[in-house]
Design a protein around this ligand. Structure first.
Ligand SMILES: *Cc1c(COP(=O)(O)O)cnc(C)c1O
Length: 396
């Protein structure tokens, strides 16, 4: 039997059985439109209200502060683009970072095309945004600051509360109001999140990264922040995000959030243990490697490893032949050959970026899986290094 080992939980996760079970009735029996006033419509409406409570509880929000969207990408676009457009009379300056997901970077590029100025903050060699760099970039014209909670490629967890604090101090000096948004898609279910303690205005999350279905996300908008609507139509989502609700997706996201909240401690503990075990084994067995990202403040399941002198794409394909799924950098950029912007930002040399692989473990990963992967890696890396040294000698 061919093995199948999935080590790409940061790209997406399987839907858990309990989540699927919760969703199924809403496809077939409880299919009413939540806006309809008769009974099966109201049952759908109640199911959405319950899911909103489950999602809100996971981030410490009030249910009314959670707005369902089609994805984490949509939540990011809504927060940053509508936020900047809304505040454009105050100024046209937005601050983000060089290591954001493309949902943020491409929103920034769009704003630049529309005449906004966007500052992309650098990060230190571990991937941390320096508070001093943020302070230096803030101006009276700054209206939106968007800094991701945890990075999807290298797993570094940013000091969000401290960064928010710097923004609040600056805005007091300027006499302005600055919106603070964070992309928490990777942090959700992997880090304790309390929007109140953090003091953020907006926070993006997504269902399919926490064992929920694909195509459902949410934007937390703090009470009192009147971010304009970005879909125009019916009165769904308190008139701020029109369109008949993704009922099954919302119910699934709610259930996934509930499970995540119940299991957060054990999930973090278990993934950290597995990830450390994996890194230790790889370090022990394979020479000339490097771990990218912070080892202290890091997503529990993330191991981003550079294998010097060889191509990550080749490693990925040979591992795939052994039934192992991993990623080179981020899944979204795997179709292009441009080196990862995140590894570039932390200063990894270009040739080493091309030899980097992201392994992300999850709730269904076992120690035996990792033992198999380490054995496969030893073989694959030796084979590729052998070829590359031969080609180096023969001048290829
Ligand atoms: C996956 C991801 C997104 C996009 O979320 P989707 O729901 O897939 O659109 C945004 N930001 C980060 C950090 C992600 O990992």
């Amino acid at each position: 039997m061919t093995k199948s080992i999935y080590l790409d939980y940061s790209a997406t996760t399987p839907v858990k059985k309990e989540v699927l079970d919760a969703m199924i009735p809403y496809f077939t029996e409880l299919y009413g439109n939540p806006s309809s006033l008769y009974t099966i419509g109201q049952e759908s409406k109640n199911a959405i209200a319950a899911a909103r409570e489950q999602v809100a509880a996971l981030i410490g929000a009030q249910p009314a502060e959670v707005y369902f969207t089609s994805s984490g990408t949509e939540a990011d676009n809504w927060a940053v683009i509508e936020g900047a457009m809304w505040k454009r009379k105050q100024g046209r300056h937005v601050i983000t970072t060089q290591i954001e997901h493309h949902a943020l970077l491409h929103s920034g590029a769009y704003l630049e095309k529309e005449g906004f100025e966007v500052t992309y903050l650098p990060v230190d060699p571990d991937g941390f945004v320096r508070v001093a760099d943020l302070k230096a970039a803030l101006r009276p014209e700054t209206t939106v600051v968007s800094i991701m909670f945890a990075n999807n490629e290298i797993g570094t967890i940013e000091p969000i509360a401290e960064l928010v604090q710097a923004v609040r101090e600056a805005q007091e000096g300027f006499g302005t109001k600055i919106l603070f948004h964070t992309d928490a898609v990777q942090a959700l279910g992997n880090v304790h999140i309390d929007v109140k303690a953090l003091g953020v205005d907006m926070l993006s999350i997504s269902g399919h990264k926490i064992y929920g279905p694909k195509g459902i996300g949410a934007l937390y908008i703090r009470k009192g922040v009147n971010l304009p609507e970005h879909m125009h139509g019916g009165g769904q989502e308190a008139k701020r995000r029109a369109g008949t609700e993704n009922l099954t997706g919302i119910v699934g996201f709610g259930k996934a959030a509930e499970l995540s909240r119940e299991n957060l401690e054990t999930h973090i503990e278990q993934l950290t243990k597995l990830r450390n075990y994996f890194i230790d084994r790889v370090r022990e067995k394979i020479a000339d490697i490097r771990i990218n990202g912070s080892l202290e403040s890091r997503l529990p399941g993330n191991a981003n490893i550079t294998f010097k002198y060889i191509e990550g794409e080749a490693i990925l394909l040979l591992l795939d032949m052994k039934g192992i799924a991993v990623s080179t950098g981020s899944a979204c950029s795997s179709a292009s050959l441009t080196p990862s912007h995140v590894l570039t930002a932390i200063g990894v040399p270009v040739e080493e970026i091309h030899g980097s692989i992201r392994f992300t473990v999850g709730d269904f990963t076992t120690k035996e899986d990792l033992d198999y992967v380490v054995e496969a890696l030893i073989e694959v890396v030796a084979k590729l290094r052998n070829i590359s040294s031969v080609s180096a000698e023969s001048g290829f």
